[in-house]
Write a protein that binds this ligand. Sequence first.
Ligand SMILES: C[S@@+](CC[C@H](N)C(=O)[O-])C[C@H]1O[C@@H](n2cnc3c(N)ncnc32)[C@H](O)[C@@H]1O
Length: 234
Amino acid sequence: MKIKGTPFFTSGPSLFYKKVFGNFKSKRNIIDHFHKLYYDSEEKTWKNTFWLGIQAQKCALDLWIYQEIIFEIKPDIIIECGTAGGGSALFLASICDLLNNGKIITIDIKSDEGRPKHEKITYLLGSSTTHEIVEKIQGLISSKDRIMVILDSDHNKEYVLKELKIYSGFVTRDSYIIVEDTNINGHPVNSDFGPGPMEAVEEFLEENKNFVIDRSREKFYLTFNPSGYLRRIR
Ligand SMILES: C[S@@+](CC[C@H](N)C(=O)[O-])C[C@H]1O[C@@H](n2cnc3c(N)ncnc32)[C@H](O)[C@@H]1O
């Protein structure tokens, strides 16, 4: 449908919604429909997303939020659990390049020769919750480092909860632990997944009062990480 007349929202949201999204009941409804379209489309949009030619299994809007957080926090170390092809690690390294600060430590149980080589990226091979991996990470950081963490490995609740308990300890005050893919298990996609990252976040926050959900990071409406941007406040 071609929208004529005033640009987006200048005539007030309610009029806009009525005109364009008359069949939808609410803003939430619109967002969830678009989320499902984006996530489940035949093109598999989130798999069909690349940074400098390398697949990054992310929502492009979340990558922009990453950029905003990294600019604000200026982390010295970004720990990523779940490397896959290395596209998200390369994205993080590129932003760190632009800021002339920060290194990436990324962990995966699988090795992949095709991953991008970059002086700011250290690849660790192993399971993110093992003592070996945690010890290796401790050897790569210093007590003065500002640290941010991204959890994007095994998405089952119990595993994410274990990662949250271990990796929240690395996060410095005012920085973030980002729990990826809290959208699965029906929030609003992939309803059959079973308890996953969202459920892990809920349980984690009941016990850990050092972190709060930063809703401002959901400002683009579509995020694969609803309730997943956790800021350390103390
Ligand atoms: C969703 S993909 C990561 C996507 C990547 N961060 C990106 O944005 O392109 C999940 C990855 O986690 C890895 N993985 C699964 N279980 C893991 C574990 N226990 N420890 C570390 N990595 C794991 C998988 O091998 C897979 O490559």
